[in-house]
Write a protein of this length. Structure first.
Length: 475
């Protein structure tokens, strides 16, 4: 573990030595809110219409970043990339005024997707500790005044899309999952000292972007992660693998959700996972005979024809050696063969492989890619790229209604719910407000005129929405 020392830079724009006033019920403490539910847990009225000029309490400029806003007490937190400076920022949630900024040190900026950001992961907080993660820098914990408490330096992940999943806080632990092309892991750290408590190897898992959630089963907390054909449950105290469900996509971006019915709902989509549009590649021996021009037993990028392997060359070349080995090729060939795009419900309990015993239902229609599912009032809601919105009965998986929203582009922000409404916004900033009922209705729409990648937060009757250039508060 590395302490900040002189390597870190932090700037307090306002003296905030005292802890902010906090109350547990005024909290959206992590990505997608309380335990990643995306559901406002207080009974407060929310506006049916929001937009650049509708029900705006305040609007402030913010630096670029894809991380979602989080809230605790009177503070709002987010991360940003300002001219190469990786910042964690605290704002007053009543006014949007910046209270402090803290800069994370790094040696080099990581590679990111063409639409990505160096501030992709959402921070987490318990009001006293603010934990941020940057793939270029590592895991960093600040106090409520922006003073650095501890840091774990991490960088150089083998993943040309960058790091995207977010840390969460569970009791006295910080939980972080990082799934990359190699060296994937799940780890727990003491939130006060930063001490590594345990680290579970996930080297059989490739790149994914699912943020962990907690599923409490029989009074014990489990960490749930969906990734690379599997949904896994781990013991929160030891990191030990408890159970596995097979049958999801080869890459998972969506975060699962635990319904108020106690079931776990998972969605996973990747190209080639549709029953009618599978990806198949020839065995390695055939590919090598046809394309290995120099006979070195490896497949170089310029040796391969256009196709699914060359298209994903940086992923298939997992160790970044510049050549695809038989092992790497066979790994991805198996992923293509086994990948299934699904929304599924899983019952609690069981140990080991519970695929055949604990899956309640599976649906393979209208599966979302990045936007995570939401459970509300006995229904599961999903939004697929293109604005295809779907409601399912949570008990049976039966599709109740499907239709197209106002926003018809890709959805990177996940829907959030409260007061019988869902708020959804596509990449181009086109927002839809929908009733959260089986036979849902479009209630209103708006166009923000800026791209949106961050998931909104709902706290205390207010909605906080981040575009690429601004942060809005609605009431």
């Amino acid at each position: 573990m590395s302490k900040f020392g002189v390597a870190a830079t932090w700037v307090a724009l306002l003296s905030c030595s005292a802890s902010p006033g906090v109350c547990a019920e005024v909290s959206w403490p992590q990505f997608r809110g309380p335990n990643g539910s995306a559901l406002a847990d207080e009974d407060r009225r929310l506006p049916t219409e929001i937009g650049p000029d509708k029900n705006v309490v305040w609007k402030v400029e913010v630096s670029a970043g894809h991380s979602s806003p989080i809230v605790y007490g009177e503070r709002l937190y987010l991360t940003a990339d300002r001219d190469g400076k990786l910042l964690t920022i605290a704002l007053d949630r009543q006014t949007g005024r910046t209270l402090w900024e803290a800069e994370a040190p790094y040696d080099a900026l990581e590679s990111i997707h063409r639409i990505g950001s160096h501030a992709q992961s959402t921070p987490a907080t318990d009001g006293e500790h603010i934990v941020a993660f940057f793939g270029s820098s590592g895991l960093i914990c600040y106090d409520s005044a922006g003073r650095p408490l501890w840091m774990h330096r991490m960088s150089g992940f083998k993943n040309d899309f960058g790091a995207g999943s977010s840390p969460i806080l569970v009791d006295d632990r910080v939980i972080l999952c990082q799934d990359h092309d190699t060296d994937s892991f799940l780890a727990a750290y003491d939130k006060r000292s930063g001490e590594l408590l345990w680290k579970t190897d996930r080297s059989d898992i490739a790149r994914n972007y699912c943020t962990p959630i907690i599923w409490e089963v029989d009074g014990r907390k489990q960490i749930v992660v969906a990734a690379t054909l599997l949904v896994n449950g781990y013991d929160v105290d030891t990191g030990r693998l408890l159970w596995t469900v097979r049958g999801v996509s080869r890459t998972v971006c969506a975060t699962p959700v635990v319904g108020r019915d106690g079931l776990l709902y998972v969605a996973g989509w990747s190209a080639g996972g549709e029953a009618e549009d599978r990806i198949h590649v020839e065995p390695f021996a055939e590919a090598a005979a046809a394309y290995d021009k120099n006979g070195d037993g490896l497949l170089a990028e310029d040796e391969l024809p256009e196709g699914p392997i060359r298209q994903r060359y940086p992923q298939v070349d997992r160790d970044k050696s510049g050549g695809i080995s038989r092992e790497e090729y066979d790994y991805f060939r198996n992923l293509f063969d086994q990948s299934r795009n699904v929304v599924m419900a899983i019952r609690p309990g069981g140990s080991g492989d519970i695929t055949d015993s604990h899956i309640e239902w599976v649906s393979n229609r209208h599966v979302p890619f990045c936007a995570s599912p939401v459970y509300d009032q006995g229904h599961i809601f999903t939004v697929k790229d293109g604005g295809i919105f779907c409601s399912l009965d949570a008990g049976s998986g039966k599709i109740l209604k499907t239709g197209r929203l106002h926003g018809t582009k890709n959805y990177y922000a996940s829907p959030v719910a409260g007061d019988g409404k869902l708020y959804l916004v596509d990449e181009q900033g086109e927002l839809s407000v929908v009733s959260s009922e089986g036979r849902w209705q479009l209630l209103s729409s708006a166009d923000f005129g800026e791209n949106v990648y961050a998931t909104p937060a709902i706290v205390d009757g207010r909605i906080y929405l981040r575009t690429v250039g601004h942060l809005y508060c609605f009431e």
